[in-house]
Design a protein around this ligand. Structure first.
Ligand SMILES: Cc1ncc(COP(=O)(O)O)c(C=O)c1O
Length: 435
């Protein structure tokens, strides 16, 4: 049995603990992708009751009533997963945590009110004054700003380096380094992290490896299998998958998560029931969505790479991606739905393209049912001034058919003037920071 399947089976064993109709302990399906589909469709289920709603109800209440006040203390002490009050973790939140932990092959999860909430909790829980964190220099801009401008106030030093280069990484680790922070697929550069090598180097120095797996999702990559210690998601994106919730989650082993759960309780960025329920609905369809989205993205990337108005495409599934070999190892079941590309005509062509698209909407987020286009995110300017225009755009592929997306892109790209020729209509696009 593959290591991946063994972990999925073990996670089901650990988390089912059930007396009713248990799920099979070992997936029957031969491929990991197929086994994952079944796991995702049943993720987080509690099968212990003889009769149960097939879809978990939304427990909108935030506090529980007790006949015996003593019980509130004792039952929580006996089983901290029993809910008392919202910040302890509501039932829907617990289910989501179980589900994502199971899919990532983790012991536990802690959900937060947003992806940034989950990322902040990791830093608050595992860093103290004097500590250092080594961060991939092309990580999501708000994570970088959080470290650079906020965590620095608590005496934490963040070093931004090319974590893909093992020598640079080794040379940046000191006896004060507590965390190495990377993204499986970086936003927006679409660089991949060799997780196994990065984990080895981080562990040699006594640091934990934290991986933001938002772009890949556990359907395509499970960083704990490569040696990571903590995996974090913006569940707002592909996990939720419908542009209708805000959530984050961090998973890992119980000991590492203990402090994170404590920080969630005291700092308070915990998740509400409705968003947890919506995110769990997204989890159930994650596997087929990511497979479909990856297939569509590969077709769109190939089309863009061949179009004369496009100067460069960054998509890990393209054979000419600089890390194509790593992509095959890290993302064997698909390269995901995100890609960035540069227009040969520069910033004005990028603006014109966005204006001319008929179906693909300009929207500053990613990972939903609809394909969206945006400018690649950049650090928020301190002055609040708009960003300088850029010739790059980022696509988040949704559930539409590849042919329709390509048709929309083709009609917009074909209409662009040759590089150096001014665009003939007044383009008035608001340049915004995108997520
Ligand atoms: C890779 C990545 N991580 C984390 C986040 C933060 O997520 P949220 O907006 O849910 O706080 C984002 C947001 O775009 C992201 O792209």
């Amino acid at each position: 049995m593959s290591e991946g399947k063994r972990r999925l089976g073990a996670a089901a064993d650990r988390q089912n603990g059930c007396h009713g109709r248990d799920l099979p302990k070992e997936p029957v399906e031969a491929s990991h992708e197929a086994a994952f589909r079944t796991q995702a469709a049943h993720a987080g289920e509690d099968r212990s009751a003889p009769v149960r709603p097939l879809t978990e109800p939304i427990y909108q209440g935030t506090v529980y009533a007790f006949h015996d006040p003593g019980l509130a203390e004792t039952r929580h002490a006996a089983d901290p997963s029993e809910p008392n009050y919202a910040r302890d973790g509501l039932p829907n939140v617990r289910t989501l945590e179980r589900a994502v932990a199971q899919l990532e092959g983790a012991e536990e999860g802690v959900a937060a009110a947003s992806g940034m909430g989950a990322i902040a909790l990791i830093f608050l829980a595992h860093l103290a004054a004097g500590d250092e964190v080594v961060v991939s220099s092309d990580c999501y801009c708000d994570t970088a700003t959080l470290l650079r401008e906020e965590l620095v106030r608590f005496g934490v030093t963040a070093m931004f380096i090319d974590t893909c280069d093992p020598e640079t990484l080794r040379g940046s680790l000191t006896n004060r380094t507590r965390l190495v922070y990377v993204e499986t697929v970086s936003n927006p550069a679409m660089k991949l992290c060799d997780l196994a090598r990065t984990a080895r180097i981080a562990h040699e120095a006594g640091a934990l490896l934290v991986v933001d797996n938002t772009f890949a999702t556990p359907a395509l990559c499970r960083p704990l299998e490569h040696g990571a210690d903590l995996v974090v998601h913006s569940a707002t994106k592909f996990i939720g998958g419908h542009h209708d919730l805000t959530a984050g989650i961090v998973v890992g082993n119980r000991a590492v998560l203990e402090r994170i759960r404590r920080c969630a309780y005291f700092y308070g960025p915990t998740l509400g029931s409705m968003d947890a329920w919506l995110a769990l609905r997204g989890v159930k369809t994650l596997a087929p969505r990511m497979a479909w989205i990856s297939e569509t993205a590969a077709a769109v990337a190939a089309f863009l790479a061949a179009h004369p108005a496009v100067a460069a495409v960054r998509y890990p599934g393209l054979p000419n991606h600089p890390q194509a070999n790593l992509a095959r190892r890290l993302l064997p079941d698909g390269a995901g739905g995100m890609l960035t590309f540069d227009l040969a005509g520069g910033p004005s062509a990028a603006e014109a393209l966005i204006c001319c698209l008929r179906m693909i909407a300009f929207a500053p987020s990613l990972g939903g049912t609809e394909t969206t286009i945006s400018y690649p995110p950049k650090a928020r300017p301190v002055t609040g001034a708009p960003h300088a225009p850029t010739g790059s755009v980022r696509l988040s592929i949704g559930l539409e058919a590849a042919g329709d997306l390509i048709a929309d892109l083709r009609q917009a790209l074909d209409g662009l003037p040759a590089p150096g020729v001014a665009f003939g209509i007044d383009v008035d696009v608001v340049l915004e920071v995108t997520s």
